[in-house]
Design a protein around this ligand. Structure first.
Ligand SMILES: [Zn+2]
Length: 314
């Protein structure tokens, strides 16, 4: 007898995948534990030297550098879990940084860090309040990281998504079950939500590196599912949306173009690569009473939270 069940199952899976309902899960649920909170060596790239810090102390500097300390507490806690997860992953992978450091404060290869002294100089009036808020966010999530399949996730984050985050696969050609595009209505209040910049034709041609031609022609060739530019052409030169963004120093690659005589008006949505947690979105969710677990689940999906109960270092 003809069995049509597998066919229905396959059709169901295809339909679910098209609707974005079926995704690779982060199971199995396993735990990661450290007996002691480690000391880490951090490479300070501008000073070209290393400092030794307790891990959670390092995290206070990372959270202070990566998110405004005035953001809502649950957003700061979400940021603390992201920064911790990001750093634990780097420590486990034993990335090599200059002078054999465990981590670096160079955002091109790791995450940012600001020392307590520099943070005080940057916030002379509200230093006590702001550093107390950062300490609270780090202390109340102490040891907590996000796992997928027993491994710390690649906890990427960015300033402002502009309405929808991006699939990792669209940016780095590697799909990860926890870095899928999700809608985000929570960053609409961000100052980076929408940016308008005016360029001359000559400036764009010079920055991108094409020969001068007064008839500048920009064609969008491919967009990602969220609407960001994957590939475009400037006259006859083809480049990725990310390359174009870097060359013109645009806030994102979610762009609209308008030509007005000799000027090109570029409207960008959001700020950053758009993958993972939207920080302004996290703040928006926190203001609507979401807790940090809800915020992280919104942006990273079906991840597991893992609390390492390491001892306090004396
Ligand atoms: Zn957002």
């Amino acid at each position: 007898m003809f069995n049509h069940r597998p066919k229905i199952l396959i059709l169901g899976l295809i339909l679910a995948a098209l609707l974005g309902l079926w995704r690779v899960s982060c199971k199995p649920d396993t735990q990661l534990e450290w007996d002691n909170e480690p000391y880490i060596s951090l490479y300070l790239h501008e000073k070209d030297k290393i400092v030794r810090l307790k891990f959670e102390e390092y995290l206070m500097g990372a959270v202070s550098a990566e998110m405004p300390a005035s953001f809502a507490m649950e957003a700061l806690k979400a940021q603390a879990v992201c920064a911790r997860t990001y750093a634990v992953k780097k420590l486990i992978e034993q990335r090599s940084y200059p002078q054999q450091a465990d981590l670096s404060d160079d955002i091109k290869v790791c995450q940012a860090y600001i020392s307590p002294a520099d943070f005080r100089r940057a916030n002379p009036q509200h230093y006590q309040d702001l550093s107390a808020r950062i300490k609270q966010a780090v202390d109340e999530t102490r040891g907590e990281i996000m796992l997928c399949g027993g491994e710390p996730i690649d906890a990427l984050y960015h300033s402002t998504c502009g309405g929808q985050t991006e699939d990792a696969g669209e940016v780095w050609l590697q799909d990860l079950p926890y870095l899928n595009s999700v809608k985000c209505k929570y960053c609409a209040g961000s100052k980076h939500y929408s940016t308008v910049q005016v360029f001359s034709v000559q400036q764009i041609e010079a920055d991108v590196g094409v020969d001068y031609d007064e008839n500048l022609e920009i064609k969008v060739l491919k967009t990602t599912a969220s609407g960001r530019i994957k590939e475009l052409s400037i006259n006859n030169l083809i480049l990725s949306g990310e390359e174009f963004r870097r060359k013109l120093n645009l806030p994102s690659n979610w762009l609209q173009f308008k030509k007005d005589q000799e000027k090109i008006i570029i409207k960008s949505r959001g700020y950053g690569h758009g993958v993972g947690m939207c920080q302004y979105g996290a703040n928006g969710m926190a203001k609507e009473k979401a807790d940090y677990h809800e915020i992280l689940r919104h942006f990273y999906g079906d991840i597991q939270f893992n609390k390492m109960s390491y001892d306090v270092l004396e």
